[in-house]
Design a protein around this ligand. Sequence first.
Ligand code: NDP
Length: 331
Amino acid sequence: MLNLNQARTHNDPFLINNIMELLKTVILGSGPAGYTAAIYAGRSGITPVIYEGLQPGGQLTQTTDVDNFPGYPQGVDGNVLMDDLRSQAIRFGAEIRTTLCTAADLSQRPFTLTFDDGSQVKTETLIIATGATAKYLGLPDEEKYRGIGVSACATCDGFFYRKKKVAVVGGGDTACEEATYLAGLAEKVYLIVRKPYLRASQAMQDRVFSNEKIEILFETNTVGLFGKDGVEGAHLVRRKGEPDEEKFDIAIDGFFLAIGHNPNSEIFRKWINVDETGYIKTEGQTPRTNIPGVFAAGDVADPLYRQAVTAAAAGCKAAIEVKAFLDEHNS
Ligand code: NDP
């Protein structure tokens, strides 16, 4: 099959317009997994094409300082970190495109990807690094205070709330884990749980119940946040809609959401095996999916760790796999 570059060499407008571009490797997503995959692929001579997606730079562009990415002793602004990774990927030859992938046909190789501008490409290999999106309650105040008191990652931002008061929303394992983590830093942690019980595993519950710094507010919903230049408190309602409904406020400096994440795997689910919540399943320690030539890296395949550095590591592995796959298939 002729690819687009060959058609251009023939300088034939019909071929150029009608032959789909054939690429060796497409990386979907531009978080730490995507850019790291591009750096490694570029260095191995593959020339990857990255489609940045809806949020170029990924979740880290939503946070302020990143203190836990190795190599930055003074911490680094999330946007700066992602710009640095992007520049590094470009330095090694990655081509960055801004359209959004809206459909994937992985039924045969080369795989066909469709984008929001109607364009299509074919690719020999694919790295899915589309990340996950933290769920929010949907309150306008979450948007207003995002990055100045509202966060969906205690491990990323908890350090800024040392000896302060914070609240965590949620009753699952993540919420309990984050509340426990924050209790090691903060003066007090409220755990705001909408049901009269925790959904978390017993071990997690035990840790929360036995921690004196954590106060659990059962049957409680958040209806708003307040504060002048950042979060200073939350408006809460206990037993909302019941005859004994009670409205009250708590004073807090940080408001953490831990009500789950949505892995951005929807368009691949027809082909790729995912778990019950949509995270892509990979083979053991590898980023291999059930389809040879398709790899998944970062939060879209990681319900557990969800850290920038683990995503970067997975991106590295995916690029190494791509190189081996292309070599094996003489592509
Ligand atoms: P879960 O879906 O397990 O829990 C989400 C929690 O958020 C529930 O308590 C839910 O309440 C609450 N919630 C959801 N929407 C709202 C809302 N709009 N308002 C208020 N509360 C809301 O998500 P997790 O992220 O906790 O866990 C995801 C998976 O990862 C689980 O399988 C978990 O076991 C696993 N995990 C394991 C860990 C470990 O083993 N170390 C650590 C972290 C996660 P409700 O109960 O009322 O639905």
